[in-house]
Ligand binder design. Sequence first.
Ligand SMILES: [Mg+2]
Length: 311
Amino acid sequence: MISKENVYAAILGGIVADALGVPYEFKSREDMQKDPATKMTNGGVHNQPTGTWSDDSSMTLATMDSLINGVNYEDMISKFCAWIFEAEYTPHDDVFDYGKTTYRALRNFREESMDPLDCGLTGERDNGNGSLMRIMPAILYAYANEFIPEEKSEFINNVSSLTHAHPISQASCNIYRFVVEQILENPGEDFKIIITNAIDKSREFYENEDFECFYNIYNDLFHMSENELSSRGYVVYALEIALYSCYHTDSYKDAVLKAVNYGDDTDTNGIITGGLAALYYGFNSIPEEWLEQIVKLDYIEGLCDEFYDSL
Ligand SMILES: [Mg+2]
């Protein structure tokens, strides 16, 4: 079972944290430490007004909008194309940020007419955080529709593969899925226990795979010092930042500020962390003064309503 509050929390908790991070994208950790983010603001390299969310949220909204009518990968990738090429699902009818793996995958669909599930890039270097940042609606959809475990992982792999088809990207999305599921299945449980249990379940799930990249997550991530974490745009780093930030804080606000204040890919680290944190602490944990500054909030809430009603 999933509630409307769960949908609002998971989606808006992510989008608010994306908007929180947008003005700080590409800032070094040193600079963030000197002058940390504390609130929603404007400016930065993209020079956007306060409350502006980025590609991460645009692709999340496109995913939701597609899933409202069921699973159709051609429709989903078409909606991603409507975002990147026609600026649909954007706060100000402008695409100011996108990842190059995503762009190349969407061009494969738009210009080369490739099959949607063949469009995503498969190279080891094509493991940016561009599918993990938009995977939340797919996880909620699979959970609400009670997919069996094999269906769930295949579905998440496929949704990732529209742009990011390498097994590391797919598995990162699925490890994230285990955390979402554990939160939904264990209301009231301690967040640290939920995160640890989710990691254990994902380890069992991937026991026959040889993913050296998840060494930290499967060993001593939570005992590492912050300086050992990277906040650059690699999917495994983004997952580590999200898990670490949720594990070592006690509120939505502290979790997303922690993730953003590592610098570098602040908006994406924000959305990945924020979705989990708000789902755990509840929609009301998102600071009201942040939420009300979100551009096109009514539109986003309307889409959350439609998505929830379709589940
Ligand atoms: Mg972004």
